[in-house]
Design a protein around this ligand. Structure first.
Ligand code: FE2
Length: 99
């Protein structure tokens, strides 16, 4: 049986600012598997507004993809964002970040 800590390490999104880009990786310390039977299906990027969370971008993945996204930081306004990754077996995992 896999511990919750190991599940967290495998599913929790990690957001890094690298130069002019935002890099989102799924998994901390342990990269999430990307196989037909077990993969990250989508990553949603949501923006906090005064009243709700507004979906900004959705990234879709196939089994052969790396569980990683890189996009220009200029695509986003400064503010607070939530990134949600969805595993086909283990549900939704999220984290917040500020730029
Ligand atoms: Fe998973």
């Amino acid at each position: 049986m896999i511990s919750l800590t190991e599940q967290w390490k495998k599913h929790q999104p990690s957001v890094q600012i690298e130069g002019d880009n935002i890099v989102i990786t799924i998994g901390r310390d342990i990269e999430h598997p990307m196989q037909e039977v077990h993969l990250i299906e989508t990553v949603d990027l949501l923006s906090y507004t005064k009243a709700w969370l507004l979906r900004v971008k959705t990234f879709e993945f196939k089994a052969e993809d790396e569980p990683k996204i890189t996009f220009p930081i200029d695509d986003l306004k400064s503010g607070t964002y939530k990134v949600q990754s969805r595993c086909n077996l283990h549900g939704t995992w999220d984290d917040d970040f500020v730029i």
